[in-house]
Ligand binder design. Structure first.
Ligand SMILES: C[S@@+](CC[C@H](N)C(=O)[O-])C[C@H]1O[C@@H](n2cnc3c(N)ncnc32)[C@H](O)[C@@H]1O
Length: 266
């Protein structure tokens, strides 16, 4: 069982996550579902969260296992799965675990890490642990695909990011609460390549009570060749590096780095 996840520090975080418009509008689902289809499955999604990508993958007819450290995120994913038709439910399974060190005792045609969970691994040991664990779970010719944000060195220490900015307009939760969210960088740790990110949810309850819920998470950023070296150290060959979910080649202005890697020939 993984240690307590910081995603569980706030009870409503999974609901807030699903209500966040910028997450609902992310265009990566089509990309990951297409890759899942091309692989034929089974797929292992590391850091599956509330099932934003996992559910559409299962609906597309692919067997998928989701691993996540957060009991709350998994519980919400489970509740959403329970509302799906039986064939979709039968194709999906969930497991609580640490993506830095896991052993499921089986192999997968595709392992994915959609929407940045890899950046929650704050040390090289954790990054290596994740890549090595994934490598052991890859079937012959299986692929690992993950995305991280493309760091713009000129904005790594941009003080303007320390001011709160609304990044998710107001939305209503199922129980009637209305939430809007702001985000800011609370601290830059350039030597460690980590930014502390603080989210604040401004919640208005149905009785008019107002509440501010602040939550911090840390994200490690990595550069292209650093990730290529990590992949080489852990037995992968990079077969593609995309700059966005439309498979544009990675370039100076790309928003993302999306690595597609296979087990390297011995
Ligand atoms: C930004 S969410 C992405 C969720 C999902 N992949 C998506 O695309 O919506 C990051 C997820 O990574 C999970 N996570 C963070 N660190 C983890 C760890 N060490 N092991 C497993 N899951 C982790 C969190 O619990 C959270 O659900």
């Amino acid at each position: 069982m993984p240690a307590e996840s910081h995603y569980d520090a706030i009870t409503s975080i999974a609901e807030f996550y699903d209500a966040t418009l910028v997450y609902q509008e992310r265009k990566d689902i089509e990309f990951y579902v297409a890759e899942a289809r091309a692989s034929g499955g089974p797929v292992l999604e590391l850091g599956c969260g509330t099932g934003r990508v996992l559910l559409p993958t299962a609906r597309a007819g692919i067997q998928i296992t989701g691993l996540d450290a957060s009991a709350n995120m998994l519980a919400r994913c489970r509740a959403k799965l329970d509302a799906e038709p039986e064939p979709v439910r039968a194709r999906a399974s969930l497991v609580r675990g640490d993506l830095a060190a896991f052993d499921l005792g089986r192999q997968f045609a595709l392992i994915t890490i959609p929407f940045r969970p890899f950046q929650h691994l704050l040390t090289v040991e954790q990054q290596l642990g994740c890549l090595r664990s994934a490598r052991r779970h890859l079937a012959p010719r299986g692929r690992l695909i993950f995305d991280v944000f493309h760091v713009d060195p000129s904005s790594v220490y941009e003080k303007a990011w320390m001011e709160e900015k609304e990044d998710a307009p107001a939305s209503r939760l199922a129980d009637g609460r209305v939430v809007r969210r702001t985000v800011r960088i609370a601290a830059f740790h350039r030597a460690a390549q980590i930014n502390d990110v603080e989210f604040c949810w401004y919640v208005t309850h149905t009785n008019g009570r107002r509440e501010e819920i602040r939550w911090r998470t840390a994200l490690r950023y990595a550069y292209r060749f650093e990730l290529e070296h990590l992949l080489a150290r852990t037995g992968y060959a990079v077969v593609a590096l995309y700059g966005d979910v439309n498979r544009a080649p990675y370039s100076d202005d790309s928003p993302d780095m999306i690595f597609v890697a296979e087990a390297a020939a011995a």
